[in-house]
Design a protein around this ligand. Structure first.
Ligand code: M6R
Length: 607
């Protein structure tokens, strides 16, 4: 949700600190701020509402010089988007400053107590209680470390907290509970960040903090301790696999477009994942009586497509529950396997589903993109999808990669239980290997036409995305893309569902997109076309996503985007790329904020 950064060095860090929150901005972008310790041990704060670029200009961040500082970019949860609610927050005596990501659930109780003890609050955030709490404890125990730990022990809820203080101006204190935080180790300079983008420009060596731990970080040391008893924790330094270039726009106008165009490579990467890892997941899926696949938002739809591939190619139909609903629906015991799907590996709802599973003795696996993320570290088996940094808040390449990985696991399971032969599996894999070239072809040959359609239809306020079978989850995912990037209402549903109510909406104000399978999927093809006919019969506009036919026949579409002949195994993936472009171009026509749509955040780490 929010992005947190901190740097402890021996020389001026102002430019680096601003760059850190620029790199983290996709986590939240309604306001931001910096707290810097100057040489005399005084904390200077600068913050305001707006993007990092806007605030940097408004507040002239560059004037805050210092060698120890913290910074924050916010996605509001408690308290509106105002300058006073922007982080960092300051204690009454200006001796402590804090930035926070997460939600403090007992903030009201703490605030009342602190107010009664004479503390003056300047914001309406839950975060501000933390800084007053540390200050309060410090008055009593006269030690920053003891005060920090005592404060952390009083907090209920989730937090990644970072603190600077004039009492010990050479260090940063930080702590985490259920919100990500890691420490980057440099040469006489150390970094703290809510994810590796905070410091990947400077170091690839990182230490991942665990829940209920705190750290004391100076320019040349990093001590990790347990909050409960102060026990020192040892942790291996890990080498990060991404580099800063991967997180640049590389000539594209938006990260979203860049990431859409990276999909051929991302598919290659997904296909290069060690078959043993894939088989490990397949084994886990088959060994247990119940298999759940879970994710939320896009990864819920990814899970759904996994469900269809499992059903068709492995003869197993997993339960797919959106992770925010998991605890209220799933039946879990030691005979259950749970596969969680998450780009960030930090999404609160999906983490919570895994925690629930683990507490009920389930075996767990996760497909994640971010190395060292909470999910990656908590599961029994993990597949790192290797899609590279996905900076746009809208997920595109990560989702496609996850779909490919789930299709591979389903195939491996199918071979293991005899549903398909090894030869058939090799055939499907060969088709997957042709997908990158097919995507490239669509990107090169169809973008212009898709752009034109998007421009011509950009006045439309309502869209229906319709598909059957494996095309249904893709239709839902495509509707989500349209909503989140263009702010245009869109619904995805099975095309067969249409006539059971939604068809009443068909008129000139509502457009439909129909995901038609290749003609060799005979039944699916016929049924999907009949839905398109139902819409056309009511004078509705239908955009058909189709594949080249053997013989030309008149199809019931107003317009169509004809894709090259594609095997059914990979056809839904190719159509998804078309739908991504349709949403992208609709959003650019409507002049939306493509990479940072309103009200969204890349990684939703709160309940
Ligand atoms: O990081 P995750 O994949 O766990 O995130 C899950 C969802 O929050 C995410 O997919 C969200 O729906 C995106 N805005 C989709 O574009």
């Amino acid at each position: 949700m929010c992005g947190i950064a901190g740097i402890v060095a021996l020389e001026d860090i102002s430019a680096r600190l601003v760059q850190s929150i620029r790199n983290l901005e996709y986590r939240g972008y309604d306001s931001c701020g910096i707290a810097m310790l100057n040489g005399s041990g005084k904390i200077k704060i600068s913050k305001n509402i707006g993007s990092v670029e806007e605030v940097c200009e408004k507040e002239n961040f560059g004037r805050l010089k210092g060698s120890v500082g913290i910074a924050h970019t916010r996605w509001a949860t408690h308290g509106g988007v105002t300058k006073s609610n922007a982080h960092p927050h300051m204690s009454c005596d200006n001796g402590f400053s804090i930035a926070h990501n997460g939600i403090i659930s007992n903030h009201e109780k703490l605030r009342t107590r602190l107010k009664n003890a004479g503390h003056r609050f300047r914001s309406t955030t839950d975060t501000e209680v933390i800084v007053h709490l540390v200050e309060d404890w410090h008055r009593k125990v006269k030690s920053v470390e003891k005060a920090f730990v005592a404060a952390m022990r009083e907090l209920d809820g989730t937090y990644a907290v970072i603190l600077v203080t004039g009492h010990e101006p050479d260090r940063i204190y930080c702590a985490r509970n259920e919100s990500p935080l890691l420490i980057g180790l440099g040469d006489y300079v150390n970094y703290i960040g809510s994810d590796l983008n905070a410091f990947i420009d400077h170091t690839k060596n990182a230490v991942f903090m665990e829940d209920k731990e705190y750290a004391i970080v100076t320019h040349d040391s990093c001590i990790l301790k347990r909050i409960s008893d102060g026990e020192t924790m040892s942790r291996q330094v890990q080498e990060l696999m991404w580099d800063s270039e991967m997180a640049q726009k590389g000539g594209f106008p938006h990260y979203m477009l860049k990431e859409i165009y990276e999909q051929p490579q991302v598919v290659h990467n997904a296909l290069d994942i060690d078959p043993e890892l894939v088989e490990g997941f397949a084994r886990m899926a088959l060994e247990k009586k119940t298999l759940h696949i879970t994710g939320v938002g896009t990864t819920f739809y990814v899970s759904q497509i996994g469900q269809y591939y499992f059903s068709r190619y492995a003869g197993v139909t997993p339960m797919v529950i959106s992770s925010d609903e998991f605890r209220f629906l799933a039946q879990v015991d030691k005979d259950t396997a749970i596969i969680a799907v998450s780009q960030s590996g930090e999404t609160y709802d999906t983490l919570n589903a895994l925690r629930y599973g683990k507490s009920h003795h389930a075996t767990t696996g996760a497909i994640v993109n971010v190395m060292g993320s909470s999910m990656a570290r908590m599961v029994d088996q993990m597949i790192l999808q290797g899609s590279g940094p996905e900076i746009c808040v809208i997920s595109t390449k990560a989702a496609l990669s996850q779909m490919i990985i789930l299709a591979r696991i389903a195939m491996a399971a199918g071979v293991m239980n005899g549903r398909i032969t090894a030869k058939q599996a090799r055939g499907y894999e060969a088709q997957l290997r042709e997908l990158p070239a097919a995507i490239e072809n669509v990107l090169n040959e169809k973008s212009g036409f898709i752009h034109t359609i998007a421009q011509q239809q950009s006045h439309i306020k309502h869209w229906l995305f319709l598909g059957r079978g494996r095309y249904y989850p893709v239709a839902r995912e495509s509707a989500l893309k349209m909503k989140e990037v263009s702010y245009v209402h869109a619904e995805g549903m099975p095309s067969g569902f249409l006539k059971h109510g939604t068809i009443a909406l068909i008129d000139e104000n509502l457009n439909s997109v129909v995901f038609a399978p290749p003609e060799e999927e005979k039944e699916l093809y016929k049924l999907t076309l009949s839905s398109a006919e139902e819409i056309r019969a009511r004078d509705g506009y239908v955009l058909g996503l189709t594949f080249k036919q053997k013989k030309k026949e008149k199809l019931p579409f107003t317009e169509q985007i004809v894709l090259p002949k594609t095997p059914p195994f990979t056809a839904p993936f190719l159509q998804m790329v078309v739908a991504q472009l349709l949403s992208y171009f609709t959003a650019t026509t409507l002049k939306r904020n493509i990479d940072r749509p309103r009200s969204l955040a890349k990684s939703v780490t709160v309940a």
